[in-house]
Design a protein around this ligand. Structure first.
Ligand SMILES: Cc1cc2nc3c(=O)[nH]c(=O)nc-3n(C[C@H](O)[C@H](O)[C@H](O)COP(=O)(O)O)c2cc1C
Ligand code: SF4
Ligand code: SF4
Length: 270
């Protein structure tokens, strides 16, 4: 028996929760990190299917109250044969709305038997104050404890979860409007004066939206696709990547003001 973990995690909060839960499960771990384009392409070209006695961990970030579609697309390529599945959604202290049930439905459709669901908090990609520094030590300890509890569940009859056990909250008009605003935005600007051409942002982009200029080596936004995940800004050592414009400022301010006052807990269903 081993853990088959499949995840998409541009700013690594989900990856850290997966690894902490896996450490609690205390089984050998095979990780499929499909965040970067090359890894995702390789995975999708020849999908490694879980073995019959694997425990499957599926994890993705919540974007606009739903599970990130790139994660869902990859999860949908799996062909389960009734393996127990642990479903994990990472969200930035607002809400995970429809993401939990979306993940549950896909896991069942692809042939798995969900035995655990966890909605964990990770620092909000848009902000340096919303859920700042999370998952922190107590979140990671809880994820590990969750893994231990799952291990115990697996040693018994491991009754599968029912759909109605997964919390569901329909997305509000405000959240739908956030999504519409984001769709029209171009992604980051690169400050050419600051950029040293180190290429870290290019390497961190999950959709290949940033490239290095062939002549100058400096990073450029191709404006072909942007998830607004901010992985690029987080890795830049000289703060040359930023998101300008009043729409970004409004979104960030709105999220921080409305959802930044309360430290939310993680939600576990076993
Ligand atoms: C485009 C976008 C939309 C997001 N929407 C939500 C949301 O609806 N609710 C929420 O609580 N957090 C939201 N977040 C925050 C992420 O879910 C959170 O930062 C998560 O920890 C990112 O996971 P990762 O570090 O594994 O990439 C959003 C982030 C992005 C980039
Ligand atoms: S360019 Fe967009 S998609 Fe790429 S890392 Fe930056 S924010 Fe994420
Ligand atoms: S990470 Fe920063 S310095 Fe490095 S290429 Fe990107 S923008 Fe330039």
């Amino acid at each position: 028996m081993k853990i088959y973990a499949l995840y998409f995690s541009p700013t690594h909060t989900g990856q850290r929760i997966v690894q902490a839960a896996a450490s609690g499960l205390a089984l050998p771990l095979t990780e499929y990190d499909i965040t970067l384009p090359a890894a995702r392409k390789q995975f999708l070209a020849a999908v490694p299917q879980p073995a019959a006695d694997d425990v499957v961990l599926l994890e993705g970030p919540v974007y606009g109250g739903r599970l990130c579609s790139l994660a869902l697309q990859a999860f949908g390529q799996l062909k389960g044969t009734g393996q127990p599945a642990v479903l994990l959604a990472l969200y930035g202290n607002r809400n995970f709305d429809e993401a939990g049930q979306e993940l549950y439905d896909l896991a069942v459709q692809t042939g798995f038997r969900p035995i655990g669901f966890g909605a964990f908090i990770g620092e909000h990609s848009f902000s340096q104050t919303l859920a700042a520094g999370r998952p922190d030590a107590s979140d990671l300890a809880l994820a590990e404890h969750f893994g231990k509890a799952l291990r115990e569940k697996l040693s018994g009859t491991a009754v599968p979860l029912k759909r109605e056990q997964i919390p569901f909250c329909p997305r509000t008009p405000l959240i739908r409007s956030h999504g519409q605003v984001l769709k029209g935005l171009p992604g980051p600007d690169v400050d050419n004066e600051r950029c040293t051409g180190c290429g870290r942002c290019v390497a961190a982009c999950p959709v290949g939206n940033l490239v290095q200029n062939k002549e100058t080596g400096k990073a450029e936004n191709t404006r072909t696709a942007c998830l607004h995940c901010r992985a690029c800004a987080r890795v830049c050592p000289v703060q040359a990547v930023d998101f300008h414009g009043t729409s970004y400022a409004w979104l960030i301010q709105n999220c921080q003001e409305n959802f930044g006052r309360v430290r939310k807990g993680n939600l576990l269903v076993l």
